[in-house]
Design a protein around this ligand. Structure first.
Ligand code: SF4
Ligand code: SF4
Ligand code: FES
Length: 286
């Protein structure tokens, strides 16, 4: 029997979003409230299974009485608050964040970013061809997932997923400071010599595709990755007695990726190496 924790009932608070009255349960963030009100606020470092990190600042909004813009993903909504999501100041700030990120990082596989660049009239090209980039080849050192740090926005989600928020393996961390900051394996060792257990939970939370399953990486390189054509089938992992819920992403009758729903009370989107990557036997039809 699946038991879904309902939590204790929370009081509703009243405040305004863009002049319209809004009500959300106590403890909600401004982002929760805005989404409930149908407002589309861009987010990159926010993760629905992780604690807010406030790393990217693309979600900033204006709050009456606050000197600075506030990150909607982490700031709790308060009774009587007056939030403006679309003020000139907030839009300008999002535009600058998008320009800085898109001029220095390959965002070609980041969902929705092209839309936001258009919406905020961001011009990443204005920094010219000499804008600093990592220009590093993708790290392909195992058969399960690829690390392409040219696409990394240093949002820290992978580090949090590998560390105390989920996996507790601590195989990766942020090394260096300022422009030299990067995601590194412990002691800068090759991933294959590290404590990594290849659960792929870092891959699951990466917002840009800097970390991707090897299948997806290879299919993108071959031009065959076609998400709109993929179907999703829910099933239960049969490897052990935990019984994690799996979502099989299938293209052309082949499993191309396995995930788990983020709202699943058992996995919260996390899996182990077997559940996430051990599906080849399913399509071994020889
Ligand atoms: S695959 Fe798992 S153990 Fe390895 S770095 Fe990612 S989260 Fe950590
Ligand atoms: S690899 Fe992905 S999850 Fe990790 S910091 Fe970079 S963008 Fe974020
Ligand atoms: S999404 Fe809010 S700070 Fe990154």
């Amino acid at each position: 029997m699946t038991v879904t924790p309902l939590g204790i009932p929370r009081r509703l608070m009243e405040f305004t979003v863009d002049g319209e009255p809004a009500r959300v349960p106590e403890g909600s963030t401004i982002l929760d409230a805005c989404r409930a009100a149908g407002k589309d606020i861009p987010t990159l470092c926010q993760g629905d299974t992780l604690r807010p990190k406030n790393a990217c600042r693309v979600c900033v909004v204006e709050v009456e009485g606050s000197r600075t813009l506030v990150p909607a993903c982490s700031r709790r909504a308060e009774p009587g608050m007056e939030v403006r999501t679309d003020s000139e100041r907030a839009r300008h700030s999002r535009k600058i964040v998008l320009e800085l990120l898109a001029s220095s990082v390959d965002l070609s596989t980041t969902p929705k970013v092209a839309e936001w660049i258009k919406e905020y009239e961001a011009k990443p090209d204005r920094f010219g061809p000499d804008a600093a980039r990592l220009n590093e080849a993708p790290k392909i050192d195992n058969e399960l997932y690829v690390r392409d740090y040219d696409k990394c926005i240093l949002c820290y989600k992978c580090v949090d997923a590998c560390g105390d928020q989920w996996q507790n393996t601590f195989a990766i961390a942020v090394a260096g400071r300022g422009f030299d900051a990067r995601i590194a394996v412990e002691h800068d060792a090759p991933l294959t010599d590290s404590a990594c257990v290849y659960c792929g939970n870092c891959v699951e939370v990466c917002p840009t595709g800097a970390l991707s399953p090897k299948t997806e990486f290879d299919m993108r390189a071959a031009g065959t990755w076609d998400e709109p054509r993929q179907t999703e089938t829910a099933t239960v992992c049969a490897y052990c007695g935990v019984g994690c819920t799996l979502t099989l992403h299938v293209q052309d009758n082949e499993v191309v990726k396995v995930t788990s729903p983020h709202d699943n009370p058992v996995t919260h989107g996390n899996l182990c190496i077997k559940g996430r990557f051990g599906y080849q036997h399913v399509q071994n039809r020889g």
